[in-house]
Design a protein around this ligand. Structure first.
Ligand code: GAL
Length: 648
């Protein structure tokens, strides 16, 4: 764990925040806005993440007067300021002088100036510019008493910018490979380059894994993704080091995105004090794998588990729970999804309570006043274009959450998540309907439907103290990780999902088949896998299975459930061996039944909640949440209104 300076801002009670763009509004509006923010119960204001051209209108010529004033105005109302490094928006003069810092898309086209995130973080030139502007802003405001903390950049990787496919990236990748493998023999072996005559005889021969006539080698892809992830991590670490030096006692965070997965968030968060993430529940539904009918079902409230998973994931990136915050909470309509429905009445308040229940210290809304210019003028704020309070603003004005204690969330169940497993899973999903996230969410949703609180951890984190470890899709398995899980499973029950331990850490499969080094622990061998197209279905007893099914040959373990029909009829779908259970079928009801049995075995309270209802516990408080647009009866007989919550 990175050592952090003492926080000047102990966030021990729940608070609200808002994203504010003083540069978008006349100076004389700042004061009334700041007062109104305070009156609405807002405590934190995030500013300046896109304001580089306002700070430095010409190379080397800084104008801080507006930012000095903005901070003073906010501080004058007792608001705490979150300052940002503005590196998501390098100014036009910088791009004009150095067009080579622009990113390149997967088809080899340069991505131009005129929106945001138009930079290649692997570029030495851009890295020097990032350090220069970070130093300038931190030197000026690092010790300002109103500055509570920092956000680096903005949504690293957004708009598919984590991976760039140009010359800078290509050379960087070759150097990274040379350092990792040292010899070409080692690389050729790790990648299985004997296949299709892919063997390399010089580092310069190695290209990027794109635009090949057939699919790229998955090991090549995995290493390129690892390299690009490290680029992002180093970029962030450089900024954090500068902020730590010039802004002592302040926290540093970054605003991650919901299910964004193009870099390893565990590594990117290691240098931060806590994580924040940007929650847009209606957009999350629109961009998800849900069917059209399910999308319509959740269009106005968001899907409860798609939201909660991010809270739980970002809370635990260090192997311990911290924060998290929502840095940008949807507060009305968004503008960027294929459809942008108006959220249901009560949704903004419900999302806020949900964040509180899942351990958030602060929920900060996007944005103060709806933009009257440019790309986001169709996006809601707390204020409408005409400065009247919008629906989201009305809902937060009525909230009674601020000031409540930020007690810890302490689940007895942990779910394992690993970005490298995700990258290889999605490189060869073997079904266009299967994905890592979708498989992981089958297990997460089952736990949440059973009313259970969940921590999310990396498989290599310390797992001591949990009663139940759920590993839905940990596909990469080396000997070390296998030993670690075996030790954890001496105390805890362990449930592994399909394709667990399918491959080695370089993306090959195990020479002794699956689950390779987990075979002794799981007491079974993988036998058959089945990728089912729409319309194909099989069963495990009364449980229907769709999309993916696999069967096992017990090796010391006992078959708990077998397939009743289809090509694997009679073969094991679920195997138990000591504390370990392996489950191979995409079947929500089977997963729920197996999980309920394991929860009962460990005495973890659970019950199947009414559809669309979720519960979360934090300290002594239980938050009941109704995502239905109709009232529901809770298990204790109480009635909970549509799209609402209740604290007990
Ligand atoms: C986020 C981004 C914000 C704003 C918002 C609109 O992804 O960080 O700057 O663009 O989306 O929903």
């Amino acid at each position: 764990m990175a050592e952090s300076p003492p926080l000047i801002d102990p966030r021990d009670t729940f608070a609200l925040g808002v994203c504010f763009y003083p540069e978008h509004w006349p100076r004389e509006r700042w004061q009334p806005y700041a007062r109104q923010m305070r009156e609405l119960g807002i405590g934190y204001v995030r500013i300046a993440e896109f304001a580089w051209a306002k700070m430095e209108p010409r190379a080397g010529q800084f104008d801080w007067t507006w930012l000095d004033d903005a901070i003073e105005v906010l501080a004058g109302e007792g608001l705490k300021v979150i300052l940002c490094t503005p590196t998501a928006t390098p100014p036009a003069w910088l791009i004009h002088a150095h067009p080579e810092i622009l990113p390149v898309d997967i088809d080899g086209h340069v991505r131009n100036f005129g929106s945001r995130r138009h930079y290649e973080p692997a570029s030495d030139i851009y890295r020097a510019e990032s350090r220069r502007i970070t130093t300038a802003i931190a030197a000026r405001y690092g010790e300002h008493p109103a500055v509570a903390g920092w956000q680096t950049d903005n949504e690293l990787g957004d708009h598919e910018t984590a991976r760039s496919w140009g010359e800078v990236s290509h050379r960087g990748f070759q150097a990274w490979l040379q350092e990792r493998y040292e010899t070409l023999d080692a690389l050729n072996q790790a990648w299985g380059a004997v296949f299709w005559s892919q063997a390399y005889s010089a580092w310069e021969e190695i290209g990027l894994p794109h635009n090949q006539p057939a699919s790229p080698n998955p090991s090549h892809l995995l290493d390129f993704y690892r390299y690009r992830s490290e680029v992002i991590v180093r970029f962030q670490e450089e900024q954090v080091a500068i902020l730590r030096k010039l802004s002592p006692g302040r926290w540093v965070t970054h605003n991650f995105m919901r299910f964004f997965d193009e870099f390893d968030h565990y590594q990117a968060a290691a240098c931060l004090d806590f994580a924040t993430w940007d929650s847009y529940p209606t957009g999350g539904v629109e961009l998800s794998w849900l069917s059209d009918a399910e999308k319509a079902r959740w269009a106005r409230t968001g899907h409860p588990d798609l939201i909660s998973f991010s809270h739980d994931c970002y809370r635990g990136l260090w192997g311990e729970n911290r924060g998290p915050w929502v840095m940008e909470q949807q507060a009305g309509q968004i503008n960027w999804a294929p459809y942008n429905p108006l959220p249901a009445r009560g949704a903004v308040a419900l999302w806020t309570a949900q964040g509180y229940a899942h351990g958030c210290d602060v929920i900060s809304y996007f944005r103060w006043r709806a933009a009257t210019v440019a790309q986001e003028l169709m996006h809601s704020g707390l204020l409408r274009h005409d400065e009247t309070l919008d629906r989201g603003g009305e809902e937060i004005a009525a909230l009674e959450l601020p000031g409540r204690p930020n007690a810890p969330v302490q689940p007895r169940v942990v779910l394992l998540h690993d970005y490298e497993s995700l990258w290889v899973y999605d490189a060869q999903p073997h079904s266009q309907d299967a994905s890592y996230w979708r498989q992981l969410m089958l297990f997460y949703t089952a736990l949440r439907e059973l009313g259970v609180d969940v921590d999310v951890r990396h498989p290599d984190h310390d797992l001591a103290g949990y009663d139940l470890i759920v590993a839905p899709a940990i596909q990469l398995m080396g000997a070390g990780r296998a030993r670690h899980l075996a030790v954890a499973a001496r105390e805890a029950l362990l449930l592994c999902g399909p394709r667990t331990a399918y491959r080695t850490p370089t993306g090959r499969v195990h020479e002794d088949g699956q689950p390779g080094p987990l075979t002794d622990l799981l007491g079974c061998k993988l036998k058959n896998v089945d990728s089912m197209r729409p319309g194909l279905i099989c069963h495990v007893g009364s449980h229907p299975v769709e999309i993916w099914a696999e069967s096992y040959a017990p090796r010391g373990g006992d078959a708990l459930h077998t397939y009743s029909d289809g090509p694997m009829a009679g073969e094991a779908a679920v195997v138990r061996h000591g504390n370990a259970v392996t489950l191979g079928a995409w079947s929500p009801s089977l997963i729920r039944e197996v999980l309920a049995g394991l929860l009962t075995e460990r005495g973890i309270p659970h019950e199947l909640l009414p559809e669309g209802v979720r519960v979360g516990r934090r300290g002594g408080l239980t938050t009941w949440m109704n995502f239905n647009q109709a009232p529901v009866t809770l298990p204790d007989g109480k009635l909970l209104g549509p799209v609402s919550f209740e604290l007990q």
